[in-house]
Write a protein that binds this ligand. Sequence first.
Ligand SMILES: [Zn+2]
Length: 307
Amino acid sequence: MKTLVLSLLVGLFAFATDAQAADKLKVVATIPDLADIVREVGGERVDVTALTKGRENLHLVTARPSHLVALSKADVFVQVGLSLEVAFVPGLMETARNPRIQPGAPGFVNVSEGWEALDKPANVSRQAGDVHPQGNPHMNLDPRAGRFMAERVRDGLIRVDAGSKELYAKRFADYEKRLDEAEARWSEQRKAWSGKKVVVYHQEYGYLCRACGIDIVGSIEAKPGIPPTPNHLAELIAKMKETGCTTVLTAPWSNDDTVARVAEAVGGKAVELPNQCGGIAGTDTWIAMMDLVHRRLGEALSPAKGP
Ligand SMILES: [Zn+2]
């Protein structure tokens, strides 16, 4: 008898947890930044999975079976767009055959919708391996993008789950207040950086540098996605010497010997910045990531004077 009661209770408990889990919206986000923003806006209503981890080169992500499982069950799919996820998302979408999240469906959220892309090529093509055919897709690293991405996440969640509209609107408003504070903090920090010069490994920090008034002298990559040739590096180093540029910005995935050699050749230093949340310790949320980005830029570009 005792066993029967116990198993009934266990059964009921399992049912209750299942029902709770089933009740939540299943959201799949391509990058951890978007998963964080979905959690901020969706709170308890959402169960979020990110397809990529912090240290990945987003242009070279390989689709995995776990991605496919997540996409087949998803109610909402959130991507950056601008071809950032083109290496893995289109194939996964086709195989998952989930009508709720196909482009055009209510559950498809493209956070760069309406975003004015930098570095747009004259012709849209992936000629010569260029991985930025629609312009610079790394808008998640623009200090002003948090609000832009969160607005589109909020609208997507409301489209799919109109019954919780008030909750999403309220949580968005709370998040927006924290974004206001963070943006005020960042714009204060970057005042001293206007006109400073940097070199980047990949064109990930274009939006960030624009917002900070930092001048990008060149890229270590010959083109986005194309590794440097010796000639290209020699020209880049000459240009850095000529312009007095001594800072190289690099992501964890690209922080290699070439970065160190270029920095050394000009007597400068490499500054590692995250390219998405989680790539460096203490960057689990988008706001925390941008705080770290500003802190590291500050240490490199406006170091505190000694006593
Ligand atoms: Zn890129």
